[in-house]
Design a protein around this ligand. Structure first.
Ligand SMILES: Nc1ncnc2c1ncn2[C@@H]1O[C@H](COP(=O)(O)OP(=O)(O)O)[C@@H](O)[C@H]1O
Length: 281
């Protein structure tokens, strides 16, 4: 049964927050697809980017979103991280969330909106501007709520073949001390059913982190397969939602970070000066 979303104090809070979220731009965006193929901007003043990253579990949303956030000077807001922070706390939601997440299911729209709302409010008080949302929206209802409260400029849909997604999830590791993500999987997928061959080198941790690696409790084969199923059922329609609004930019990852990052920057019309300088050195 489809539940009707009634604005609770948490959704009102997201509404109030996002309505005010119109900061001035400090980003180095020159021309993004939003200027050509996307809805025309109506804001009178320039502001920082408000982007969304979509894609299956393991595709690398976190990796590329956080790199872009450093480049653009906007916060990287990953609802999966917010859920994991809540899980690690002793708050009343923790046990309820553990059960849902460890089965590979989605947390309710109400809980996610409430966590996101709190995160945005905390950012606002620190003077944050713009954002890249990673892992939100994941249902049509979440996309509708977001659309009611703010303009999203661009939605990047990262794509990778499904067998590689599974391997990447199983190779994922997090440093329990600094929180950085790594991947110990060495991927060499052969050409199959018209899918191109693909290689990805592991993203290994520095010696400092190597002894402190942990695996997410939901990165087991069974749970990843369920998360992929849930993505296809609940989150793929979100791609269509943004496609029909002309906001979706599809991006097929050609390989690991060294191949994909420059191509993604190109597709977004962005320049990474630091990368250019280190390549020239
Ligand atoms: N927008 C969301 N709506 C509902 N549940 C979410 C959302 N974002 C995160 N979650 C919950 O947190 C879990 C981990 O999310 P995330 O780190 O984004 O995983 P993934 O690697 O599968 O993309 C999800 O499987 C889901 O249970």
């Amino acid at each position: 049964m489809n539940r009707v979303f009634r604005p609770t104090s948490s959704s009102t809070s997201l509404f109030n927050y996002l309505i005010k979220f119109r900061p001035l731009s400090t980003a180095t965006v020159t021309s993004t697809p939003s200027e050509s193929s996307l809805h025309p901007r109506t804001d009178p003043k320039p502001r920082n980017v408000q982007w969304v990253f979509l894609g299956c579990p393991g595709v690398g949303k976190g990796t590329y979103a956080s790199r872009l956030c450093s480049l653009l000077g906007v916060p990287h807001i990953a609802t999966g991280d917010l859920v994991r922070e809540e899980l690690a706390s002793t708050g009343p939601l923790s046990t309820q969330l553990a059960e849902i997440v460890n089965q590979g299911k989605l947390v309710s729209d109400e809980i996610i909106i409430s966590l996101l709302s709190k995160r945005l409010e905390a950012g606002e008080s620190k003077g944050e501007s713009g954002f890249i949302l990673d892992g939100f929206p994941r249902t049509i209802r979440q996309a509708e709520i977001l659309e009611e409260v703010t303009d999203i400029d661009l939605v990047v849909n990262l794509k990778l073949r499904e067998d590689v997604l599974l391997e990447k999830c199983l190779g994922r590791r997090i440093c329990s001390q600094c929180g950085k993500g790594f991947n110990v999987a060495s991927i060499n997928a052969e050409e199959k059913n018209g899918l191109p061959a693909m290689s990805m080198a592991p993203l290994l941790p520095p010696p400092n982190c190597a002894s402190k690696l942990i695996t997410r409790s939901d990165d087991t084969e069974l749970v990843v397969k369920e998360r992929l199923r849930v993505y296809n059922e609940k989150s793929q329609p979100v791609e269509d939602f943004y496609r029909s609004r002309g906001k979706l930019m599809e991006f097929d990852l050609p390989g690991g970070i060294p191949e994909s990052w420059p191509k993604l920057l190109d597709a977004l019309n962005l320049d990474d000066q630091e990368q250019k300088q280190s390549a020239a050195a």
